[in-house]
Write a protein that binds this ligand. Structure first.
Ligand code: AKG
Ligand code: FE2
Length: 270
């Protein structure tokens, strides 16, 4: 259950056609992406690299972030761009019609309504590739650290676009960890971005794998400790991840990394 575990899997949330439509659309976006003009490596391990304008500006764009291990010693891509991108973000839901349709569907709103959202906005979207062989790890974290409101209201909606298994780097979570509250925040200031506290150390034994079929939606409480490992397999693990916050009864933190010039439209207001 969501309230006890801090996450919930909804199987067959998207049918095969919807999953294929998102994957195909991403193929097209990748085709149109000129590698040489923009490059930024994103990894949650080395936050230094994230503190550049490309990252900040991605809040209101469709931007491409490479896998750390995508480059050789000379800084050239080791494989085609299709197999080198870590993720695309953070406003696919705003700027691409295919992603927008799925993100702003009645189905999504229904879930947010049932979670008690009064005036929800999608604050970011990410297409995560978890590429075969080089798909980077995502270290243990809580989504409320990155997308803070007072009080915290972030929920992750993680849609599997391929089967996610232990072998290809599925999500792992500590069931019930959302009950222990938010441990730290990711702050943006004049010097860039940083965490306000070091990460606690987690016991890997406490994590359980969240293996799901393509089309499954994983609802992730904003305080849930979750992570994923490097994908050392030969199969990718594509997912489309949305993060939602409320804009009623809480206040968006001005020192979050996302500073939008234009306020996002709510999915509904009740
Ligand atoms: O897809 C992953 O491996 C991690 C995604 C994640 O942490 C999120 O969507 O909140
Ligand atoms: Fe997350």
């Amino acid at each position: 259950m969501f309230s006890t575990g801090g996450y919930l899997v909804i199987e067959s949330f998207s049918n095969t056609d919807e999953v294929e439509a998102l994957r195909k659309r991403m193929d097209q976006l990748l085709d149109g992406f000129d590698c040489s003009s923009s490059a930024s490596i994103f990894s949650t391990k080395n936050q230094q690299k994230t503190s550049d304008d490309y990252f900040y500006e991605s809040a209101e764009k469709i931007s491409f972030f490479f896998e750390e291990k995508a480059f050789d010693d000379d800084g050239k891509l080791k494989q085609p761009k299709q197999l080198s991108i870590n993720k695309v973000g953070h406003a696919l839901h705003d700027h691409d019609p295919v992603f927008k349709k799925v993100s702003c569907s009645d189905k999504m709103s229904g879930i947010l309504h049932s979670l008690g959202y009064k005036r929800p906005v999608i604050i970011q979207s990410m297409y995560i590739f978890k590429q075969p062989g080089i798909g980077g790890e995502v270290v243990p974290h809580q989504d409320n650290s990155f997308l803070y409101t007072d009080p915290p209201t972030c929920t992750g909606l993680w849609l599997a676009l391929e089967d996610a298994t232990i072998v290809n780097g599925c999500l792992w979570a500590i069931p019930g960890s959302h009950k222990d509250g938010l441990v730290r925040r990711f702050i943006r200031d004049d010097n860039g971005v940083h965490f306000d506290k070091p990460s606690p150390t987690y016991d890997q034994k406490d994590f359980v794998p969240v293996e799901v079929k393509a089309g499954s939606l994983v609802i992730i409480h904003g305080d849930l400790i979750h992570q994923s490992f490097e994908n050392q397999s030969s199969k990718s693990r594509h997912a489309y991840s949305l993060h939602v916050v409320d804009t009623h009864g809480c206040k968006w933190a001005a020192d979050n990394w996302i500073r939008r010039k234009v306020d996002p439209e709510p999915l509904y207001a009740s």
